[in-house]
Ligand binder design. Structure first.
Ligand SMILES: [Zn+2]
Length: 348
């Protein structure tokens, strides 16, 4: 996948950098781990420090000193999950900040303006993430809104995308915009959503609204239904998924990009993913365990530190605990994708 700041090898896992940082992991470590693209959350960056400030700093890449690729979400998901007193109309969403209660209004055009100011390599269309479970009529109405907002997002983005902070510097290259397939767990709605988005000709396509509490078989069925409808020569992105076995399975089904807070969030709670399964580093049985987290892992944490030490750091609430745990979990996730990529390469 050729992006303005990086040629990305797919399938790829994207660590989530909510507020301009992948929690507890510095940019130089992310580079060492082989992260090719990271995600930023528009809602959080819009509220703090503000997209206009980031534009003045030369865009998100410069502001956080990340030379490789970035993607921003549309802000929609967080508006719906975090903010208070939101009101949805055809025009957009009004909401109050979860930080200070201040009032804001997001339209598809405004989400595009914010994302262009942030200047990631990939921006996402403004959508409504349909909750699970949702009645068919509710999923239909939600999809109607998402499709209208996709059109408006695309029109506004196409007309203004030359304004991203680095467009001139990179010889006229500019930001990509992906459309998001919604439709809940209804196959006909998913199909309609995919077909209409493909007609609009986005730069890539995402499958949204999954891993929101539905059974895993339904997640798989929906992905299997939608993937063949999306053009194979454009990136296909599955949003917000999942556990290690899931990301491997979906990558093998043909998903090119995935993101999830799970490896870093779980790490901060002491849950580590290994080739032997999940491990809770807080457990007493690791108190004197001199072995590494995962004997098969080549990450900088497993090369140097014991389970006993990591358990001790967690017990004491040391800042280094979250750092080392997050590094290992990210290495594990990125390693899965690397293995899948290698296995997909033609022999010789
Ligand atoms: Zn490791």
């Amino acid at each position: 996948m050729q992006l303005p700041h990086q040629t990305v090898q797919t399938p790829v896992f994207m660590p989530v950098g909510t507020a301009g940082t992948v929690k507890a992991v510095s940019q130089d470590v992310l580079e060492t781990l082989g992260a090719q693209i990271i995600l930023g959350n528009t809602y959080h960056l819009y509220l703090r420090p503000g997209h206009e400030l980031i534009r003045r700093m030369g865009g998100l890449h410069k502001f956080i000193s990340w030379p490789r690729a970035m993607l921003t979400d549309s802000g929609g998901y967080q508006v719906f999950s975090l903010s208070k007193l939101r009101k949805v109309t055809d025009n957009g969403v009004s909401f109050r900040s979860h930080l200070d209660g201040s009032s804001h209004f997001f339209t598809p055009e405004h989400s595009m303006d914010v994302q262009m100011a942030l200047g990631a390599d990939i921006a996402m269309a403004f959508d409504e993430c349909t909750e699970y479970p949702a009645e068919k009529s509710r999923a239909q109405e939600s999809l109607r809104l998402t499709m209208a907002w996709a059109r408006r997002s695309l029109d506004h983005h196409r007309a203004n995308r030359h304004t991203v902070p680095w467009c001139e510097e990179l010889g006229g290259q500019t930001q990509n915009l992906f459309g998001i397939v919604q439709g809940g767990t209804y196959r006909d709605l998913r199909r309609e959503s995919a077909e209409r988005l493909v007609e609009m000709e986005f730069d890539g396509y995402a499958i949204g609204g999954l891993s929101v509490g539905e059974p895993r078989e339904l997640t798989m069925e929906t992905i299997a239904e939608v993937l063949p409808l999306l053009p194979a020569d454009k990136p296909r992105y599955l949003m917000g998924v999942g556990y290690p076995d899931e990301i491997e399975m979906y990558a093998r089904m043909g998903v090119d990009m995935m993101d999830c807070v799970l490896p870093t969030r779980a790490a901060r709670h002491g849950l580590l993913f290994t080739s032997e399964g999940r491990l809770n580093i807080k457990a007493k049985r690791y108190a004197e365990d001199q072995g590494p987290v995962d004997p098969e892992c080549t990450c900088m944490v497993c090369q140097r530190y014991s389970r006993a030490y990591l358990r001790h750091l967690m017990q004491c609430g040391e800042a280094l605990s979250g750092i080392l745990n997050s590094i290992h979990n990210l290495a594990y996730y990125l390693g899965i994708m690397e293995r899948v990529r290698k296995s997909l390469q033609p022999e010789g």
